[in-house]
Ligand binder design. Structure first.
Ligand SMILES: Nc1ncnc2c1ncn2[C@@H]1O[C@H](COP(=O)(O)OP(=O)(O)OP(=O)(O)O)[C@@H](O)[C@H]1O
Ligand SMILES: [Mg+2]
Length: 503
């Protein structure tokens, strides 16, 4: 569906400031629609003579029932059928009338002014010229079903009064307000959440039952009518700001675990603030759920941190052990075990710094490679391990085995590499698969190498993780047809989850 902007540019002759004004009005009019218990429509003329109008916007109230079950935005009406609409536009006059509903034929105008009785019933329409500066740019129409008008209760009468005051503001160019403070992460409070009407002295004139409940939870136990917010022991800055700035303001009222969002719309009359509508929405429930989630996240991170510490302790115990061994083979094996554990510790450490259960695998890969370099390289045996490509973010339970796999493959490559110790690691996202390739320039795997038969512990671990746990495949072979052949090991695993870069 076209936005108000697009629609206005396509179908009307409105200039940019006028379109902007209409956009602002529509941005803040759900309050007006709720207060009036009616549908609101914004009509803009398609030409200078206002012979036709297009519906630029529509909103339904949550308080009343709608007279537009289907979306009227983009519909056009002719001034011949809607003389009152045209007059509101051209003469800037507010008018109320009855219109007949259309007979519903396809392509027909949705509503026709005059009392054509009989054809699908009638609607009351209140036309309010929308002014900015001294120019009328559009017409706001309140459309409701007169049949549904029942005897209003006290709250409804109050709401309609306030709607009246807003309607006057729209006609005088005072609504939408010049500026509106933003509410932040939560949904805007609406009329149904709780309404307080304040008089020009910032005293409570009326409070709806839901507003009373919110105030009650904030510790207000007395009668509120005739009292100001500060007299009720409430933070009155939101209200004071609204009265002095004439902007729509927002703030939070708090008492213990209770938090209530307060939105204050000043009511302007003859350039002066004559009162305000204060909407209250209790968000304590949402807040405490938020806090719970935050602390759950923090706990999970803390656990990862502790697991990492424990693994590092095991790693150093194994290193201590290896130093006491005389046999090179035994020492190598224990050191290798220490590195396997180290690669798992790296993943836990990364998880302990993330809010979600994902890790940047590229960062993990770099740290794994550095760990192998530190363990196996020396001044007389320099290593050159390069990583190219990227896997992006992976969930913890996938990153863990893959970090161990990378450790094993790099370790083997280093063990068998050429004298310059060069090893190339490539990470690639290939369609629905993650691909890891580790290539060295050594003598290559022996002729007729078979994974099933020739795997030691290292490749057995790789196979268990890749094939059994992750449902992937391994291929190992010579990198080059001529000596020194070098070895290329390639693993492919199905790409999990949606959090990955597109390959
Ligand atoms: N990059 C490589 N270049 C040449 N041969 C390799 C390479 N990787 C593995 N191999 C061969 O495969 C065999 C099995 O490797 P594997 O990693 O399973 O065990 P290992 O490295 O011998 O011992 P460990 O269990 O400590 O890893 C190696 O002994 C070696 O012959
Ligand atoms: Mg090995």
């Amino acid at each position: 569906m076209a936005s108000l902007d697009e629609l206005a540019r396509r179908s009307t002759a409105l200039d940019d400031p006028a379109i902007d004004h209409c956009g602002q009005l529509v941005g803040g009019w759900s309050l007006l629609s709720d207060l009036s218990f009616s549908d609101l429509l914004l009509y803009a003329p398609t030409d200078a003579s206002a012979s036709r109008f297009v519906v630029l916007g529509h909103t339904r109230s949550v308080t009343g029932s709608t007279v537009h079950p289907t979306d009227p935005v983009g519909n056009e009406v002719s001034a011949v059928d809607r003389p009152l609409l045209q007059r509101a536009m051209l003469e800037g006059r507010r008018d109320e009338g009855l219109v007949a509903r259309s007979s519903g034929e396809p392509g027909g105008d949705p509503l026709v002014d005059e009392t054509l009785g009989g054809i699908g019933g009638r609607l009351t329409v209140d036309y309010i010229p929308v002014r900015t500066g001294d120019q009328v740019v559009a017409v706001l129409a309140r459309e409701s079903d007169p049949g549904l008008l029942r005897q209003p209760n006290q709250a409804e009468r109050r709401y309609r009064d306030v709607w009246e005051r807003f309607a006057v503001m729209v006609g005088a160019g005072d609504f939408p307000l010049e500026r509106s403070e933003r509410v932040g992460e939560f949904r805007e409070p609406r009329v149904g959440d709780g309404v307080v009407i304040l008089d020009r002295e910032q005293r409570v004139e009326f409070a709806s039952p839901n507003a009373m409940s919110a105030l009650h939870r904030l510790g207000v136990l007395t009668n509120v009518v005739g009292r100001g917010m500060s007299e009720l022991d409430q933070d009155d800055r939101v209200v004071r700001r609204a009265f002095t700035s004439r902007h729509s303001t927002v703030g939070e009222l708090e008492r213990g675990r209770i938090s209530v969002i307060a939105r204050c719309h000043p009511l302007v009359e003859d350039r002066r603030v004559s009162g305000a509508v204060l909407l209250l929405r209790d968000i304590s429930e949402l807040r405490s759920r938020d806090k719970l989630l935050v602390s759950k996240d923090a706990t999970i991170r803390e656990i990862h941190h502790r697991v990492k510490n424990n693994l590092q302790t095991i790693q150093s115990l194994l290193r201590l052990q290896s130093r006491r061994l005389d046999s090179d083979e035994a020492r190598g094996a224990v050191e290798q075990s220490a590195r396997r554990i180290g690669s798992i510790a790296i993943v836990h450490e990364t998880l302990s710094t993330e809010t979600a259960d994902v890790v940047d695998f590229d960062a993990v890969a770099h740290r794994v490679v550095r760990m192998v370099e530190e363990g196996l390289g020396s001044t007389d045996r320099p290593l050159q391990i390069r990583i190219t490509g990227s896997w992006g973010e992976l969930s913890g339970d996938v990153a863990m085995p893959l970090a161990v796999v990378l450790t094993e493959l790099v370790q083997n490559a280093v063990d068998h590499s050429a004298s310059d110790g060069s090893v190339d690691v490539t990470l690639r996202v290939a369609g629905k698969e993650l691909e890891m390739r580790v290539v060295d320039g050594g003598a290559g795997v022996p002729e007729g190498f078979a994974l099933d038969r020739d795997a030691g512990l290292g490749l057995t671990i790789v196979r268990t993780f890749v094939v059994h746990d992750l449902g992937g495949s391994i291929s190992i072979g010579r990198a080059d047809p001529s000596p020194p052949f070098g070895t290329a090991v390639e693993i492919r695993v199905p790409r999990p989850g949606p959090n990955l870069p597109v390959g």
